[in-house]
Structures are given as structure tokens and as C-alpha cells.
Ligand binder design. Structure first.
Ligand SMILES: [Zn+2]
Length: 202
């Protein structure tokens, strides 16, 4: 079971612009507005479209991407994250070889850069090795590009394998679940009932 051409086109257009109205979408891909609406509903039910969010280009707000290469003996990723006390500026921590970490921060003024440096410096067991910044394209978080000519398989909700042929459908709590075979559907239902029991028993 694959997404059809219309569904692919809807996803491609929405990736380009999530604010397109259903009517504008219909115009662009040359189908009727009700078709677009029902396709979007289906894609939402399947969890393929998770919501329409506004994408922010941080560069336009003056943010730049900074990298901090640090050395830290015995600190975990979690502990390093705590240094920034949940600040949104810290975007990513990557473990490097040995005791190294690479931190990615989005910073839009020098006082914030000083602060980040200060936080790291006064923390025992952390040494800043290198700091550099980039203004390149990747500071915008990219979407994965879709190609309408490369078919996307819908995967089984239980075993995650691509569904060949007609799916087994199961509707629960307003969500439609698709399975590759009836035994996956049964196994999932069993699991679902068990979880439900557990929660209602508490
Ligand atoms: Zn399956």
C-alpha cells in the first residue's frame, strides 16, 4: 500500500508551505477542494501529518549557529544539558570520541555568547576547546525533501514493515491504524487492550 500521487503532491506542497489553504492546495495540484480535505484528514488520521506548524528561519531573527567543542571528564550529556538550565539556545549535544562533546547553540547577541561561555567555564570538569560559528544554509533546519516519483510505502503499525496490497484497517479513538496482515492487527489489539486495562486499573 503506497501513498497515491495526490497524497504525495499534498505532502510536497505542504512541506514547501504549511500555511496553504485547502483551496490553494487544490488549485496547485489540480484536484477538488473536498478531495484535498479528505486526503488531509486521512493523512492526519494515519499520523503522517502531525500538525501544521510555522517554520521559523532563525537567521532572519539574527540568530547564528555556534559550535562549542568541549572536553568533559565524567560528565553525562544530561549533566551538560543542565548547565544551560533548559535554555532553548542549546540545540544539540553530540558525543565525540573520548571525553569530547560538540554543542550547537543558536545565539543572537554577544551577551548571550558571553553567558554561554561563562556557564561552561565555571562548571567543574568542563574545558572549552574551541568555539566557532557558521552562517551557512544548514542553520535552517531542513525538511526531508519528498519526490512524487519515488513512492512512499505505508508501514504496518505493529511490525513496521511496508504494507503490500490492501491493509487491515483498525479504527480506534479517531485514529485509523493500518496493518500488513490480520495477525499484526490481532497482536496490536491484544497489546492495546492490555495497556488500556493497566491504565484503567490504576
Ligand atoms: Zn505487520
Amino acid at each position: 500500500m503506497k501513498l497515491d500521487k495526490t497524497e504525495m503532491k499534498i505532502l510536497i506542497e505542504l512541506q514547501k508551505d504549511g500555511r496553504l489553504s485547502r483551496r490553494m492546495l487544490a488549485d496547485r495540484i489540480d484536484v477538488s477542494t473536498p478531495t484535498v480535505s479528505s486526503k488531509i484528514e486521512k493523512l492526519e488520521n494515519m499520523g503522517i501529518i502531525e500538525g501544521f506548524r510555522v517554520e521559523i528561519d532563525h537567521r532572519k531573527l539574527g540568530f547564528q549557529k555556534y559550535f562549542f567543542k568541549i572536553e568533559s571528564e565524567g560528565k553525562t550529556e544530561e549533566e551538560i544539558r543542565e548547565v544551560f538550565a533548559g535554555s532553548e539556545r542549546l540545540r544539540q549535544i553530540e558525543k565525540l570520541e573520548g571525553s569530547g562533546f560538540l554543542l550547537t547553540l543558536f545565539i543572537n547577541d554577544f551577551s548571550q555568547l558571553d553567558k554561554a561561555t561563562e556557564y561552561l567555564e565555571k562548571e567543574d570538569g568542563i574545558k572549552i576547546k574551541e568555539v566557532w560559528r557558521t552562517q551557512d544554509e544548514e542553520s535552517k533546519i531542513p525538511n526531508i525533501p519528498l519526490d512524487e516519483n519515488v513512492p512512499l510505502d505505508i508501514t504496518c503499525y505493529y511490525c513496521n514493515k511496508p504494507i503490500k496490497g490492501e491493509p487491515e484497517k483498525w479504527k480506534k479513538d479517531g485514529k485509523e491504524h493500518y496493518f500488513c496482515c490480520s495477525s499484526c492487527a490481532d497482536l496490536y489489539e491484544e497489546k492495546y487492550e492490555k495497556i488500556k486495562e493497566k491504565w484503567s486499573g490504576e
